[in-house]
Design a protein around this ligand. Structure first.
Ligand code: 6CS
Ligand code: FE
Length: 300
């Protein structure tokens, strides 16, 4: 046995040929303490149980306007539109998402280090953190396509080599999130079970999955089981509010056929104690702009 043969044990087997049984999560949801950051003890305890927290007015109305202008600037920049980090809607060629925005936008580079954002991530993860992924989602009106039910960690484990669900996402709304314009739905408490998915990961899977995910999608039976046990709640709230949610919580969003766009800034923080190894169920790692392999902790 050589050192290179020592693989990180795979505690969350997925992308199997035949259906697997849900796996109880042996990792905590919250690693830090209430004294470690701005989240109070009651909110932190609720986050441990539900797997998510909502922070109203995280950004002021003026800050929302600044970021909305930044998103318009990015979406209108021909170089950005032509960049491989930009995903367009299949049906309309409108910009759907732009990845690695914390490296292309100075404003968003500051936001990921803002204590209102960074200190919450550090507190939940109980360690220094780095940005695993950042993106802006535009979810345009009339034709905005949603995201089917999934666990982000299932993909990050299978395709990016993330060992454990010691990562947390913050979605900051830049438009009002209504129940009717594709608002994110979560199953509270579902982060405590890992739902394996059937199907081998194809090469370059991200080229299809980021517009419509077909592999790494839980079965109707498992989705029904989780929905019956945990229920479904929807993140609604005014522009400026933020949802902080666990890497493994089951979530999804519907299409947006209303005239009201739903755009957000989405930042994924991973613990520096949980850095990526080789993918657990994919032929090759995804590109760095989707899953960063620069693990230096974020500093202000
Ligand atoms: O594959 C991913 O990393 C992305 N996919 C979805 C649907 N949510 C999380 C993440 O941005
Ligand atoms: Fe997701």
């Amino acid at each position: 046995m050589t050192l290179t043969d020592v693989r990180t044990p795979d505690r969350y087997l997925t992308r199997t040929a035949t259906p697997g049984r849900p796996i109880e999560r042996t990792d905590p949801t919250v690693w830090g303490e209430h004294a470690d950051g701005p989240i109070d003890a009651a909110t932190l305890a609720a986050h441990e149980v539900r797997g998510y927290s909502v922070f109203d007015n995280l950004l002021s109305a003026a800050e929302v306007e600044t970021f909305r202008a930044e998103l318009d600037r990015l979406a209108g920049d021909e170089a950005v539109r032509a960049d491989e980090r930009t995903i367009v809607e299949r049906s309309s060629a409108e910009v759907r998402s732009i990845f690695e925005v914390h490296r292309t936008s100075g404003l968003i580079a500051e936001l990921v280090r803002d204590p209102r954002v960074l200190d919450r991530a550090r507190q939940v993860l109980g360690s220094e953190v780095y940005v695993h992924q950042s993106r802006v989602n535009y979810m345009p009106g009339f034709k905005g396509k949603g995201f089917y039910w999934h666990s982000d960690f299932e993909t990050w484990h299978a395709e990016d080599g993330m060992p454990a669900p010691r990562a947390v996402s913050m979605s900051i709304a830049l438009t009002d999130n209504h129940p009717f314009n594709g608002g994110l739905m979560v199953m509270p408490g579902s982060q405590r079970v890992f739902v394996p998915c059937v199907g081998e990961t194809p090469a370059d899977h991200y080229k299809a999955s980021l517009t419509e995910q077909e592999i790494g999608v839980p079965s109707h039976a498992h989705i029904s089981l989780l929905a019956a046990e945990h229920g479904i709640e929807q993140f609604t709230g005014p522009a400026g509010s933020a949802l902080l949610f666990d890497a493994n919580i089951m979530h999804g969003s519907g299409n947006n056929i209303t005239p009201f766009p739903r755009s957000n800034i989405f930042i994924v923080f991973n613990s520096v104690a949980n850095t990526l190894v080789e993918p657990f169920a994919a032929p090759a790692p995804r590109p760095g702009f989707i899953a960063s392999r620069s693990f230096a902790p974020l500093m202000r």
